[in-house]
Design a protein around this ligand. Structure first.
Ligand code: AMP
Length: 382
């Protein structure tokens, strides 16, 4: 049985988070600021969230003993990444309140299921076809055509698990290169802008939207988020409407991020969703009245949602591992007014690994963009 309508959890209660990365860390920090105790489940002894939690259960996500312990310790549990085994969340849900619901987390683990869910709630998607195995490649290509993208259904992130496809031979080769796993073939769209809608919803149905973020990627990894997004208001509204229909349709509880494409012809297309706070929402830490992590705590605890108002234009800049040689020249960054630095406590830097981010706050968006550019140059980003 899933306990879906908890009582209000007041400060002093214990909140659990499955997954100990940076999102779990920022959730834990927000929870502790508000007077909650935090338990993290993550196998990595150096996990970013484990460092700041009262209790760090160092065990795999499917460790029955650790899950039982977590269920005993916690008044409510959430997740910080979607690839937690669904069976683990179901096991936790038998012992404590789990939100978002395990079922929606499971749906978000699979691009095919996620697209079908989005369509059910009236979202436009790119043309796509399922590729369960190599036997379905010809049919999928006949449906979608080229140019296309082949994406693994599961475990893709930051542009990993994807290949560009120009013709049928290329599709066959790409599928083999991705290990022959189940994939979706997706038509490649003429994208004018990428943006994300971030919302929070409580069990009682209260919903709050954050200002839409415009997202720029580099090599498949989020590079900059720009807020307010430079997109027409009707496009933002269309995206909010789609995200609302999904959240209300599945009776969502928690913070939900939905990524969209604005096409050259003005259409708005659903790309993917994350049942948790999102990298493109890190700007809220310094530029909004309530951060997405405080909002995650409020939604989980059944408290009123916080004010999502934008206090200032902002550009969020991701800091990736390639800058660690051995560490960026922070004084070159911190000397600038309006810069707020967030580091995740990761000791091992690798190219492409998200080590931290900083927010550039300025009176106008032009100034915030200029500040992002100047500071990146100072840090040596090419
Ligand atoms: P995803 O992992 O699905 O977010 O894809 C990573 C990036 O690939 C996106 O941020 C887009 O820049 C690009 N992309 C994904 N899907 C499409 C598509 N159907 N058409 C064109 N570009 C895409």
């Amino acid at each position: 049985m899933t306990l879906s309508r908890p009582r209000v959890l007041l400060p002093g209660a214990t909140l659990g988070v499955v997954g100990g990365g940076q999102l779990g860390r920022m959730f834990a920090l927000a929870a502790r600021v508000m007077g909650y105790r935090v338990v993290v489940l993550d196998p990595d002894p150096a996990s970013p969230a484990g460092q700041v939690a009262e209790v760090h259960l160092r065990a795999p996500y499917d460790d029955a003993v650790a899950l039982m312990r977590m269920g005993e310790l916690c008044d409510a549990v959430t997740t910080e990444f979607e690839n937690v085994p669904a069976a683990s969340l179901a096991m936790l849900a038998r012992r404590t309140h789990v939100a978002p619901a395990p079922q929606i987390v499971e749906t978000a683990q699979d691009r095919l299921h996620e697209k079908r869910l989005a369509e059910r709630y009236g979202c436009a998607t790119a043309p796509y076809a399922n590729v369960e195995d190599a036997g379905e490649l010809v049919h999928a290509f006949s449906v979608v055509g080229a140019p296309a993208l082949l994406k693994t259904r599961r475990l893709g992130y930051d542009g990993k698990g994807q290949a560009r496809v120009e013709d049928l031979d290329g599709l066959v080769a790409a599928h083999a290169a991705l290990g022959g796993v189940p994939c979706v073939l997706e038509g490649r769209l003429p994208i004018a802008r990428e943006f994300s809608v971030l919302l929070a919803r409580t069990a009682s149905g209260e919903i709050a939207f954050y200002p839409v973020a415009e997202n720029l990627h580099r090599a498949g990894i989020l590079d900059l988020s720009i807020v307010p997004a430079r997109i027409p208001e009707p496009a933002a509204q269309a995206a909010r409407d789609m995200a609302r229909r999904i959240a209300e349709g599945v009776d969502y509880q928690g913070v939900l991020a939905v990524e969209f494409f604005l096409l050259d012809d003005g259409r708005v297309v659903f790309n993917e969703m994350a049942p948790r706070p999102h990298n493109s929402g890190h700007y809220t830490l310094d530029a909004c009245v309530t951060s997405q992590f405080e909002q995650q705590v409020r939604a989980l605890c059944g408290l009123p949602l916080g004010d999502t108002r934008l206090l200032t234009p902002v550009v969020m800049v991701n800091l990736l591992g390639e800058l660690w040689t051995p560490q960026p020249r922070w004084e070159a960054l911190l000397g600038h007014a309006g810069v707020k630095l967030h580091l995740y406590g990761k000791t091992q830097a690798r190219p492409g690994r998200k080590m931290g981010h900083y927010n550039c706050l300025a009176p106008t968006l032009e100034d915030a963009l200029a500040l992002a550019q100047t500071t990146r140059r100072a840090l040596g980003v090419v």
